[in-house]
Design a binder for this molecule. Structure first.
Ligand SMILES: O=P(O)(O)OC[C@H]1O[C@H](OP(=O)(O)OP(=O)(O)O)[C@H](O)[C@@H]1O
Ligand SMILES: [Mg+2]
Length: 165
């Protein structure tokens, strides 16, 4: 697996804060969201935080999978569709949540299913930005975001050891 140039590791604390900030932002867009549609799997965690903050109890999932590694996105596929009742009115009043948008391919695919829904992600890279309505933090395209659910504690070498001649 190839590695990106830059790394942006996110702790659980940071993710919780950023997801809560996203809840504040979308609360200012509407007080009456009919439901959240979260894009699994990454959208599940921010959807839980936003659902709690805004009291939205109807949560639907759409499962889109694509990534193999940093450089090769691979084919994009829908593993689970949105239930037909939620697709009525082209997604009006629906809040779509994902953890991030990168190339924008996932966002483009789900947006096409519900053109009137509001699309929100916690993080956004420049290529995906035009496809989302609200996001919290911009991250450069050559950065890989490391989410807390993908990580574990490991030993860190002291900085001085890398500088020994
Ligand atoms: O803007 P894009 O280039 O389409 O990339 C963004 C998508 O990629 C990741 O999901 P992934 O497909 O890896 O599946 P996962 O959520 O199950 O990890 C991430 O959670 C977004 O959904
Ligand atoms: Mg995803």
């Amino acid at each position: 697996m190839s590695l990106p140039e830059k790394a942006f590791p996110v702790s659980w604390d940071q993710f919780h804060r950023d997801a809560r900030a996203l809840a504040w932002r979308v609360a200012n867009v509407s007080k009456e969201w009919k439901a959240i549609v979260c894009i699994t799997r990454g959208g599940l965690v921010p959807a839980a935080v936003i659902s709690r903050e805004l009291g939205i109890r109807v949560i639907e999932t759409v499962s889109v999978a694509s990534y193999h590694d940093y450089e090769n996105q691979g084919e994009i596929y829908v593993l689970k569709e949105i239930s037909p009742e939620l697709l009525e009115q082209e997604g009006e009043g629906i809040l779509i949540i994902d953890d991030l948008t990168d190339t924008g391919k996932t966002a483009g695919l789900v947006r096409a299913m519900m053109p009137k829904a509001h699309f929100a992600t916690v993080y956004a890279k420049p290529k995906g930005m035009p496809l989302v309505d609200t996001f919290i933090t911009e991250v450069s395209q050559d950065t890989w975001i490391y989410f807390p659910w993908d990580m574990g504690f490991t030993y860190q070498k002291p900085i001085a050891e890398d500088h020994k001649g």
